[in-house]
Design a protein around this ligand. Structure first.
Ligand code: SF4
Length: 422
């Protein structure tokens, strides 16, 4: 099978490329060129019915929503509702991170419920019966199964290997490994005295990805889980390795994303993003945060949005939303709604600064400014990222013309009189 990257190399403008170009207001030839280089990915596997979404250079900053059951809490209907809510409130992709209940069923139900691309972490299913009994075949079979079901992109922690583990052991981290897939992989390696199969047999993984046009999201199993651990050697060692894995995937015609941290103080985000982009040959960068402080549980959707906006400004392409439940519990439907909206705000704030997308993004803010100047409330609600909330809050104002913040002292209204404008 010829993959999308190979078609792009050959100069073909596929249907997906044309649709993404129209959606983003970009030139289709540029989209093709950057897909060929691996700077844009369109995660859409052969069995998927999802609408194509572009991630990377010249593209709007995208938002992913993580949902899924846990071993403590299994309610498939709730997860399906969360998927629908996430799409409704601005997620561009969904990841099913289920670890409890009937994993095949929840995955299929989520894929059927949304029109956006769906990703997964196949090792969660491979280890369903325990890490002790998991084999390397289980790991690859889980990837195949997910691809067959129509999953568009999979997180693979191939950068978690003996080399990066050695670096981790020599570090003075507080939180060691906070990535679930990373910790599972290291447990398996320790129990079996073997290298990570996804690293050792990476070429086989690439064959599987080629067969299904599966996009590989190279997970950052060594991502820092607290401010103390940000930007350390273990993280950069893994990025050096991820860069090499990106290069091998590109040579095999397989699309790759690279995942990044985690918890990073604001003044280190630019350095972190630039280094990751440099080491991975400008692969589309997918960030899990970064959360800019550790001390705001209950508000980590906000700490992540602050980091996400700054990271986006420096070139991050894809933000994984964080919910108010982060570090505390499995998110419920309200948490997903709030997380999706706040991540969408961060992504838009980043887009206001990004070459290639800022003009389109700024046009929306200009429209809002004009609606505010006209005191046109319905137009303001229509343009708002969260129209329902804006409308509900404004309903508290008694004066239909202005709002209850200043009432008759509305400066916008006064200045119309001062300047003689209608
Ligand atoms: S009343 Fe105050 S806050 Fe409300 S629209 Fe006028 S200037 Fe803005």
């Amino acid at each position: 099978m010829t993959t999308l990257m190979e078609k792009a190399h050959a100069g073909l403008l596929t249907e997906e490329i044309k649709r993404v170009a129209v959606e983003e207001g970009a030139d289709a030839g540029d989209v093709r060129k950057y897909i060929a280089l691996g700077h844009i990915v369109i995660p859409k596997s052969v069995n998927s019915k999802s609408s194509p979404v572009g991630v990377g250079k010249l593209m709007r900053t995208k938002v992913n929503a993580n949902i899924g059951t846990s071993r403590d809490y299994v309610d498939i209907e709730a997860e399906v509702k969360k998927a629908i809510i996430a799409e409704k409130y601005g997620a561009d992709t969904i990841m099913d991170l289920s670890t409890g209940g009937d994993l095949d069923l929840v995955r299929k139900r989520i894929i059927d419920a949304v029109s956006i691309p769906v990703g997964s972490v196949p090792i969660y299913q491979a280890a369903e019966d325990g890490i002790e009994s998991m084999t390397s075949d289980d790991m690859f079979n889980a990837v195949r199964k997910h691809a067959k079901d129509g999953i568009d992109f999979v997180t693979i922690h191939a950068g978690v290997n003996h080399e990066s583990f050695k670096r981790l052991k020599n570090s003075d981290r507080i939180l060691d490994v906070v990535s679930r897939g990373g910790a599972m992989t290291l447990s398996w390696m320790k129990q079996n005295y073997e290298e990570n199969p996804f690293y050792a047999e990476y070429d086989y993984l690439l064959e599987l990805a080629r067969e299904f046009e599966l996009t590989i999201s190279l997970g950052d199993g060594m991502r820092p889980g607290c401010i103390n651990d940000a930007s350390d050697r273990a993280k950069f060692e893994e990025f050096i390795q991820l860069g090499e894995l990106v290069r091998r995937a590109r040579a095999a015609g397989v699309q790759t994303l690279v995942e990044g941290p985690g918890h990073v103080p604001i003044d280190e985000i630019g350095l972190s993003v630039n280094a990751m982009k440099h080491l991975t040959g400008d692969a589309p960068l997918y960030l899990l945060g970064p959360l800019v402080t550790d001390i705001a549980p209950g508000y980590d959707h906000i700490t992540a949005a602050m980091g996400g906006a700054v990271a986006g400004m420096h070139g991050a392409d894809f933000l994984c939303m964080t919910t108010p439940a982060e570090h505390l519990a499995l998110p419920d439907e309200d948490d997903i709604r709030e997380g999706a909206i706040v991540a969408r705000i961060a992504a838009h704030a980043a887009d206001l600064t990004k070459a290639g997308v800022r003009e389109k993004a700024r046009a929306k803010d200009r429209e809002m400014a004009l609606a505010r100047k006209d005191l046109d409330w319905n137009r303001q609600f229509m343009l708002a990222i969260d129209s329902e909330k804006a409308k509900n809050i404004h309903a508290r104002s008694k004066n239909a013309d202005t709002c209850s913040m200043c009432g008759e002292l509305c400066s916008i209204k006064m200045m119309k009189d001062v300047l003689g404008k209608k």
